[in-house]
Design a protein around this ligand. Structure first.
Ligand SMILES: C[S@@+](CC[C@H](N)C(=O)[O-])C[C@H]1O[C@@H](n2cnc3c(N)ncnc32)[C@H](O)[C@@H]1O
Length: 566
């Protein structure tokens, strides 16, 4: 067995697996996953997000729009958390994250044996869940949809990341509407959804509205003027001082509470209920009576943990919904039914809330979130899936051309919009273990602003970013003439972070620091890779990732040492 529970020296129960302290790059679809050390530039780089398309109406600030991102979810989540403009709209703001990852890594990472798949899967999930924890709002929840392959391991992993005290429930979704007779052992009926809250003691689910199905248990065989009712249990287990008496039924039989139980109302109240027709004498009075519970007096429903396909659809429902939307395309492999997501969204979000799904597939979460008036961000790695299913489906939703799924239950007729973004390629290029900057000009400036948390601002001068009173400049080199122009743009009381590709003259460096105290002049890419090591420290401490010491070393060698890879 690859993964084992173990006690670490602090006494904390922990799941361990080979290479847990490393991180995994899964950048190319169907490609071989690639292990690197935490803090390695490939694991820490903040990638830019470029708009490739937009559909429908967008809000004034494009960073606050609904986002369909094509690319690896790890890179996309890091960009949302790090690029200042996106961070402002997303970090700590996600009310609900629903993740439906590849269940069996055999499908996600071809050509690996089971043991390795298990390791890659756990690392893949750990790296993303750590970022999702930072994206969640204080009253947010994360829902991870799994089957038997990884549900037990993922629960322990989520305990580690979110805290065991923040486990809320595991939903069992009965997804099969018929048995699979070809099953080797059992025909599997269910999937699981682990629910964790950022703060479970404080979090409360929304109650669910009543439906015809939940109300079917209420009937009115005696034409009670109070309306439909159901026979309610008249007994309680908790001792009740006035709850031990006997009543006489219409046929003369006498009834008291069963041993160890008590009437839940006093004798006086019971008689009043009987006089006004609110007691149901079962079997004409031969069996113990019931107290009628009226439909009119019951409120919305507390969510339960067993969800049946008759209420929220089956896996077959999901496939039929996609087939209806795209009749001429081979059906997407594992779409979830819209009603399942409608239930998740109803329990854990309200209109206007931000919903995240970083394994979009055919886009069910975003489609349902849109129809239910939520803001959404969804990420899908496979560009073919986005082009074939996700983007056209969400466009149909915006344009009111999707009549299926939960459209009618939400009265959806179209509206709103979304932006399509693509995770951009790396700003770096590696040659024979040397690291070079590939990005140039404006792209390089944007990329450096993203790495260091500056808001990108390009004017007519030298400066290109701002973070409070700190300004940013990214330059090929720093001559004295440029330094003077630069300082003309930096007001007294402000400082500037200058990143240069070539070693500046020492007197120029000194001049900038002296004229604007607090300013810094550093070389790139070295300053960037150094910062990656530092920025990972809090995550590393919590999740057992080990950092490489060379990222904390200084130096201006043209080829910074790289982390080990395999
Ligand atoms: C089980 S499907 C999700 C199905 C989706 N819930 C639906 O209703 O259509 C998982 C999806 O995650 C995508 N995926 C796998 N690895 C990914 C990654 N690293 N980043 C983003 N998406 C990824 C797969 O391409 C696949 O489309």
């Amino acid at each position: 067995m690859i993964a084992t529970g173990s006690e670490d020296p602090s006494g904390k129960l922990e799941l361990t697996w080979p290479d847990k302290h490393r991180t995994l790059l899964t950048e190319s679809v169907g490609g071989k996953p690639h292990w690197v050390d935490a803090g390695h530039w490939r694991a820490a780089e903040v990638r830019l997000l470029a708009e490739t398309n937009s559909v429908g109406q967008l809000p004034g600030d494009p960073h606050a729009a609904n986002l369909l991102i094509t690319g690896d979810s790890l890179a996309a989540l890091r960009s949302l958390l790090s690029i200042t403009e996106y961070k402002a709209e997303h970090a700590g703001k996600v009310k609900l994250a629903y993740l439906d990852p590849p269940f069996n890594t055999g499908q996600a990472f071809a050509h690996y044996d089971d043991g390795v798949e298990h390791t890659t899967w756990l690392t893949m999930m750990r790296d993303r869940l750590v970022l999702i924890e930072q994206l969640l709002s204080p009253d947010g929840t994360v829902w991870v949809h799994l089957d038997d392959n990884e549900m037990a391991y993922c629960r322990v992993l989520m305990d580690e990341i979110f805290g065991r005290e923040n486990f809320v429930a595991t939903i069992v979704w009965k997804k099969a509407d018929s048995p699979r007779n070809s099953a080797k052992h059992f025909s599997t009926d269910q999937d699981y959804i682990h629910v964790y809250a950022k703060d479970a003691p404080a979090w409360r689910p929304n109650r669910l509205g009543r439906t015809d199905q939940t109300d079917a248990a209420y009937t009115n065989p005696d034409n009670d003027p109070r309306g439909p009712w159901t026979p309610g249990d008249p007994f309680a287990n908790k001792p009740y001082a006035l709850g031990s008496y006997e009543v006489t039924g219409p046929t003369g039989n006498r009834f008291g509470p069963p041993p160890g139980r008590y009437w839940r109302v006093s004798e006086e109240t019971f008689r009043e209920l009987d006089r006004t027709g609110q007691i149901y004498w079962r079997g004409g009075g031969e069996a113990r009576p019931r107290i009628k519970r009226y439909l009119a007096s019951v409120g919305d429903l507390v969510p339960r943990t067993a969800w049946d396909y008759t209420e929220v659809g089956s896996s077959g429902t999901g496939s039929r919904e996609i087939r209806k939307l795209f009749p001429d395309r081979p059906v997407f492999a594992t779409p979830k039914p819209e009603a399942l997501l409608e239930r998740v969204l109803a329990v854990a979000s309200k209109p206007g809330d931000l919903v995240l799904d970083c394994f979009a597939g055919s886009g069910t979460t975003a489609a349902v979130a849109h129809k239910m008036g939520r803001r959404w961000v969804t990420v899908e790695q496979n560009p073919d899936t986005v082009a074939t299913f996700t983007a056209p489906r969400l466009t149909m939703v915006v344009e009111g051309r999707d009549s299926g799924g939960v459209t009618s239950s939400n009265g959806w007729a179209g509206g709103g919009g979304f932006r399509s973004l693509t995770v951009q390629e790396s700003m770096f290029e590696e040659h024979e273990r040397n690291l070079f900057l590939r990005a140039q000009n404006e792209t390089l400036k944007k990329a450096v602003a993203a790495q260091f948390g500056f808001r990108f601002e390009l004017g007519s001068g030298v400066l290109c970013g701002r973070a409070g009173q700190r300004r940013l400049a990214v330059l090929p080199d720093l001559q004295m003439a440029v330094a003077r122009r630069l300082l003309n743009e930096v007001e007294q009381g402000q400082s500037v972070a200058v990143y240069v590709e070539a070693q500046p003259e020492p007197d120029v460096d000194e001049y900038v620091r002296k004229e604007r105290p607090g300013s810094t002049v550093e070389m790139i890419p070295q300053a960037i890779t150094r910062a990656y090591g530092h920025s990972l420290a809090p995550t590393a401490k919590r999740t057992g990732l080990r950092l490489l010491s060379h990222f904390t070393s200084t130096g201006i060698a043209a080829s910074p040492q790289l982390g080990t890879e395999r």
